[in-house]
Design a protein around this ligand. Structure first.
Ligand SMILES: Cc1cc2nc3c(=O)[nH]c(=O)nc-3n(C[C@H](O)[C@H](O)[C@H](O)COP(=O)(O)OP(=O)(O)OC[C@H]3O[C@@H](n4cnc5c(N)ncnc54)[C@H](O)[C@@H]3O)c2cc1C
Length: 409
């Protein structure tokens, strides 16, 4: 069988020329991501990629993508780094939600939503975590009850990134309380602005209002809002979590442009050392060397694990390895930046050429890297149980009908 896929290097050259001619340079300081303006800009940039023929590199052509390989995506990502890209849409819209719809959606869901996402017309988010705790996802208590040929959704979700700006959410709800917790769940595609959905924004310690909490009061969903099968929500969520770990670990091929980096790069540390007069301090140089080495290891690990998952040498759950490493590295990078910046990390001097205004904020936000996409403790559990084959953690509620599990007391 012959294949007419464009060679990666030819694609790279074409992408480089197109990016140079069409995309604006990347802003020197990332703008706040919690404004409507930022989301509108991301939609616009995604539309430019789409119209230029560079959206959805690894999404199949029948759903609006290019049907190319992860190597094409990597080449495009490399070339796109100097340019302003719709990075806000990477996580969760493209790399998690659209990737999950591709795996799990009906033909109609895929034909309706994937081209719209790739055009920048639809933003998708995740409604998974609940106020009672996000790690025990299978123990969630938001409910969808069947009413004729529709579903009625009630409950609450929390920590939903960017929900205020979104169009649809992948929402996991309990549809059967008579079976053990993993068996009574269903995944739904919920219009964020449907009647009965209230979205409230949450203010973080950094001042950002990117997170939301949602309340569902008798939200009506049609039968075709189900993603996958009724009662098979855990299998669907597990697939979604594989994409989430890949996205957070930097191994997802379903992005537009540079992958999100967890933690600053060593170049920022160099600028900080210069701006604070510590260029010749051997301790600072050692710290920067360590930080740079960790970034090299991170990139190598991402590349190695991605290839191993693609060839089947490692299971998809191995995405938890770079996810864990990336979080540990983000802490190291932000802590090193604060050590070098010293008091400047708190004073946020604008325009000092050393990005000190981001150092303090990155430090305050660093705990998020250990929680987003499932906590690092849960990543360790995944690695031990599903990669290394160690015994499962014991759980008193695993084989008990969920209605008999004490909760909320
Ligand atoms: C930046 C960011 C973006 C996010 N975006 C979204 C989003 O878009 N949609 C969404 O639904 N959620 C989102 N979340 C929520 C995230 O998924 C949860 O924070 C995460 O799953 C942990 O849940 P929790 O915060 O409720 O902590 P809990 O589940 O209450 O856990 C508290 C602590 O106990 C530990 N722990 C719990 N159970 C175990 C166990 N069995 N073994 C070992 N340790 C355990 C945890 O590791 C954690 O340290 C986001 C979070 C962050 C930080």
């Amino acid at each position: 069988m012959t294949t007419d896929i464009e060679p990666v290097e030819k694609f790279r050259t074409r992408a480089r020329n197109w990016l140079r001619a069409n995309m604006p340079p990347a802003p020197s300081v990332a703008p706040p991501s919690d404004t409507e303006v930022a989301w509108d800009r991301a939609r616009q940039l995604q539309r430019m990629l789409h119209d230029g023929g560079f959206a959805g590199i690894c999404f199949p052509a029948e759903y609006g993508g290019l049907g190319l390989t992860a190597d094409h995506q990597d080449a495009f990502t490399d070339e796109s780094i100097p340019y302003e890209m719709p990075l806000l849409l990477n996580v969760p819209t493209l790399a998690i939600c659209a990737a999950s719809l591709l795996d799990l959606g009906t033909e109609e869901q895929k034909r309706t939503h994937l081209p719209a996402v790739l055009r920048g017309d639809e933003i998708l988010v995740q409604f998974l975590s609940e106020p009672r705790g996000g790690s025990d996802l299978a123990g969630l208590t938001s409910r969808a009850d069947r009413d004729g040929d529709r579903w009625i959704l009630n409950g609450s979700k929390i920590w939903s990134s960017g929900a205020y700006a979104a169009d649809y959410a992948l929402c996991l709800a309990r549809t059967d309380w008579s079976v053990p917790k993993h068996h009574g769940l269903t995944l739904f595609l919920v219009p964020v602005h449907a009647e009965g959905v209230t979205v409230r924004r949450i203010k973080q310690v950094t001042g950002s209002t990117e997170f939301c909490q949602e309340f569902f009061d008798d939200v009506e969903l049609p039968a075709d809002a189900v993603v996958g099968r009724v009662g098979a929500g855990w299998e669907a969520a597990s697939r979604l979590l594989v994409h989430e770990r890949a996205a957070l670990g930097g191994t997802s091929p379903y992005t537009s442009g540079a992958r999100p980096h967890l933690g600053g790069e060593a170049d920022q540390l160099l600028r900080l050392a210069k701006a604070t007069g510590q260029w010749d301090n051997s301790r600072v140089r050692e710290d920067i060397g360590e930080a740079r080495a960790m970034n090299v290891v991170r990139d190598q690990l991402i590349s190695h694990v991605t290839k191993a998952i693609t060839t089947g040498a490692l299971p998809p759950a191995a995405g938890a390895i770079p996810r864990l490493f990336s979080a540990e590295n983000a802490w190291l990078q932000t802590d090193t930046a604060v050590r070098i910046a010293g008091p400047m990390a708190a004073t946020h001097t604008r325009g000092d050429g050393a990005d000190t205004e981001t150092v303090g904020l990155d430090y305050l936000f660093r705990a998020a890297w250990s929680l987003a996409g499932g906590s690092t403790e849960m990543a360790r559990n995944v690695i031990s149980e599903r990669v290394l084959g160690m015994p499962r953690e014991s759980a008193a509620d695993r084989d008990v009908p969920f209605s008999e599990v004490p909760h909320g007391r």
